[in-house]
Design a binder for this molecule. Structure first.
Ligand code: MN
Length: 321
């Protein structure tokens, strides 16, 4: 998915100053963002109160939307730099194309993992025909400096490890949970897991005290560490936890996001993660001039133009909310 905001706001993030070293319960409200003509998403990261959770730097939750008579998701070719994108669906399907030649339909509970490295471009669309409902999340992981210039590549994993307890099925999307590791390539210690809870379940999920965590609710009614988290909201949990109490009032779908606090300060603008103002401006120029980001073949439509970069210098400062 792309940040299609025409007035793309600058997000300066990262750095120890943002990280809460102890358990907290901080409820983050979504911001509604229009994505193209037909899709509205709820943006949880970056959020006014919090920019990152570990290396997770961007979280959009969308649907469930009835797209039976709609085109559904139509995100034209656009570039990425310095990040990985994670596509995660609960309903429907997304057809992914990218400049490395990938053409892949992503279905519910399959991992679509795109590592942009130094430069990639991709499109995402609801295939024709498509399922009636579309429901999912789109997330970005910031790449650490040592790996942010890697060759772009795309991975699709239909089989992912499960961690189970009575009433809980956790699918390990990325990283490691309770010793179970996703086959997706990671570049910093982190975890992303889908938590499916049946009504009435009370359980404790094992956590790594060195990670900071947040839980996104995708469906149902669940309490996370005693806090009711409604679909489309996210609870930031801080660090220093060895377990997380979960209680499902109804059947519920949650997403656990966590990771080692991301030490580096980054500049995030539009679809790029960089370190300096110059890098971001160069990336925009390269996209607009048609160089470096390659070509997406087969998408029926024009590629996305980049918004204007703010006139003021973009600085990688990390300690201001
Ligand atoms: Mn994208």
């Amino acid at each position: 998915m792309s940040n299609l905001d025409r007035q793309a706001a600058l997000a300066v993030c990262g750095g120890r100053g943002f990280v809460v070293a102890e358990p907290v319960r901080e409820l983050l409200s979504p911001r509604r963002v229009q994505l193209g003509e037909s899709t509205q998403v709820r943006r949880l990261l970056p959020n006014l109160g919090r920019r990152m959770v570990g290396a997770w730097a961007f979280v959009d939750h969308y649907g469930p939307d009835d797209i039976a008579d709609e085109p559904g998701m139509q995100v034209p070719p656009h570039p990425h730099m310095g990040l990985q994108t994670v596509s995660w669906l609960h309903e429907g399907e997304v057809l992914h194309r990218d400049s490395t030649g990938s053409l892949q339909t992503i279905r519910p509970r399959e991992l679509g993992l795109m590592t942009s490295g130094r430069a990639i471009s991709h499109s995402e669309e609801s295939p024709r025909p498509h399922a009636r409902f579309l429901h999912g999340a789109q997330l970005w992981v910031a790449l650490p400096d040592a790996h942010r210039h890697v060759e772009p590549h795309f991975q699709h994993h239909a089989e992912l490890p499960l961690v189970t307890a009575p009433g809980l099925t956790a699918t390990v999307i990325l990283g490691t949970l309770d010793g179970a590791a996703s086959p997706g390539t990671t570049y910093s210690p982190l975890v992303g897991a889908d938590l499916a809870l049946t009504a009435g379940t009370e359980t404790n999920l094992p956590l790594d005290p060195d990670f900071e965590y947040a839980v996104l609710s995708m469906s149902g009614e669940a309490h996370v560490d005693g806090v009711p988290v409604l679909p489309g909201s996210m609870l930031y949990l801080g660090c220093g936890r060895t377990e997380l109490p979960l209680r499902a009032v109804s059947d519920a779908g949650l997403m656990l996001l966590g990771g080692e606090p991301f030490e580096e300060e980054i500049v995030m603008w539009w679809n790029f993660v960089g370190r300096t103002d110059e890098e971001i401006r160069q990336a925009r120029e390269d996209w607009m001039s048609g160089s470096r980001f390659g070509e997406v073949k087969g998408y029926d439509g024009d590629r996305l133009g980049a918004p204007e970069v703010p006139a003021t210098q973009l600085k990688a400062r990390g300690r201001v909310r």
